[in-house]
Design a protein around this ligand. Structure first.
Ligand code: SF4
Length: 178
């Protein structure tokens, strides 16, 4: 014996359960421009889709066409959008003077100039063409560079080129193995 459809008696008698607001709602990525990029965090190299409207990023998700991640991102990669949008994100230069006990804000131009001067002074003072055994090394052990995982591929490429081949720095390290 066929079972009775319990909803049948309501058809035509109840108001439409979908509100106009719900009908008007849509994904925030609708109509956005899409740029393919790479997750900045680790050497897996998951592909990301960056959605933007009027030059402002509105969302980031995994690229479903990538053979590496197939549309997925791990929790860290999935938080990339949050990293960009966070009000806690530091976007100005912070400087702590020698023996200082607090951070001061400085202009970016001032910081870049100071870093360049210090780098030159230190390299000139510590550069070695040969080691104590007379072997050619062309290096400085007086400077190190430590990069963060939010450096992108292009930045890491330039850092490697400039600091090792260009300046002879040996201690170049980065959390990401890109
Ligand atoms: S951090 Fe996660 S999402 Fe980013 S590349 Fe590595 S595995 Fe992929």
């Amino acid at each position: 014996m066929p079972r009775r459809n319990p909803l049948k008696s309501y058809v035509g008698r109840v108001p439409n359960p979908i509100s106009p607001q719900t009908r008007a709602a849509h994904a925030r990525i609708r109509g956005a421009d899409v740029t393919v990029s790479v997750c900045p965090y680790c050497a897996v190299g998951c592909s990301q889709l960056i959605y933007s409207k009027d030059g402002k990023i509105v969302d980031i998700e995994g690229n479903y066409e990538s053979p590496i991640n197939g549309g997925t991102l791990c929790p860290k990669g999935a938080a990339t959008f949050g990293l960009l949008q966070s009000p806690s994100r530091v976007t100005t230069v912070k400087y702590r003077a020698p023996y200082g006990d607090r951070w001061e804000e400085r202009p970016l131009d001032w910081a870049m100039e100071r870093i360049a001067q210090r780098l030159k002074e230190t390299r000139d003072a510590t550069y070695e063409e040969t080691d104590p055994e007379g072997r050619t090394v062309n290096r400085t052990l007086g400077i190190g560079h430590f990069g963060g995982a939010t450096l992108d591929n292009e930045e890491n490429y330039l850092i490697k080129k400039l600091f090792t081949a260009g300046l002879g720095i040996v201690a170049v390290e980065n959390q990401a193995r890109i």
